[in-house]
Write a protein that binds this ligand. Structure first.
Ligand code: NAP
Length: 254
């Protein structure tokens, strides 16, 4: 493969990214588009989704912005239907939308628990289920779920978030087993500390502690995660399924 064709190795593919108005989701969408994919940009923030979709169009790819709350099954099913109707197929799904509602276990309300589990875990389940129906017919597809290192090692103040991300990892492995016979690869990514709006809420003390423990001595960028997603979404990763790949500057080896 020439360098030019390698850079366009997703040409002709249709990718759907949830939570793509900003942060990691936006970086993933832009990186997939630079490799040639057409994009559906979905988010609960419709204006933000439209801005990302406009940036994709400027790269010369087809793009569509769709408002969708991933915790609503009807909205996720409508999103997948619209993707196929408007862009012709669904080859790559990135279940990226996620939230935090941090507090210590003894203070955590049932509402904080339910909201995080509904968006992070149930939303990923809805996305996998709706996409699987399409991809099984096509006998091809890639699903990539955003987990977190907290789903592997836990984190103080994130009982709800960590449990949701551990659930995403287990869901990924199970869906990978169920869909392997139909040539659909399903993987999870576990980022460490990535600079986005989500981590801007972290206190200076906690931020300093994270940075101190990262062997590569810097926080991750959304683009770091996007490069890994592009690899997993490409044919180069056709023999990888059911995995959770950590991208954390070495944080979890310390
Ligand atoms: P972010 O900057 O907060 O962006 C998340 C996006 O998802 C926002 O646009 C948000 O919209 C949207 N969203 C929230 N609830 C939604 C819903 N119900 N349906 C659809 N969209 C919704 O977060 P990020 O840092 O880019 O994180 C992206 C993913 O990576 C998440 O799954 C997160 O858990 C995971 N992750 C992040 C890090 C990190 O260090 N940043 C580390 C590990 C894993 P609103 O602004 O309107 O809420």
């Amino acid at each position: 493969m020439t360098e030019a064709s390698a850079q366009q190795n997703l040409a002709g593919k249709v990718a759907l990214v949830t939570g793509a108005a900003r942060g990691i989701g936006r970086a993933i969408a832009l990186a997939l588009a630079r490799r040639g994919a057409d994009l559906v940009i979905s988010d609960i923030d419709e204006d933000g989704a439209k801005q990302t979709a406009a940036a994709i169009s400027e790269l010369g790819r087809r793009s569509l912005a769709v408002r969708c709350d991933v915790s609503r099954r009807d909205e996720v099913e409508a999103l997948v239907n619209e993707t196929v109707t408007q862009l012709g197929s669904l080859d790559i799904l990135i279940n990226n939308a996620g939230i935090t509602r941090d507090t210590l276990l003894v203070r955590m309300t049932e509402e904080q628990w339910d909201l995080v589990l509904d968006i992070n875990l149930k939303g990923t389940f809805f996305g996998c289920q709706a996409a699987a129906k399409r991809m099984m017919k096509a006998r091809a597809g890639k699903i990539i779920n955003l987990a977190s290192i907290t789903g592997l090692i836990g984190n103080v103040g994130q009982a709800n978030y960590s449990a949701s991300k551990a659930g995403v990892i287990a869901l990924t492995r199970t869906v990978a087993k169920e869909l392997a016979a139909r040539n659909i690869q399903v993987n999870a990514i576990a980022p460490g500390f990535i600079e986005t709006e989500m981590t801007r809420e972290v206190s200076e003390k906690a931020r300093a502690a994270f940075l101190e423990n990262i062997p590569l001595k810097r926080a991750g960028k959304p683009e770091d995660v996007a490069q890994l997603v592009c690899f997993l979404a490409s044919a180069d990763a056709d023999y990888i399924t059911g995995q959770c790949i950590t991208i954390d500057g070495g944080l979890t080896i310390n």
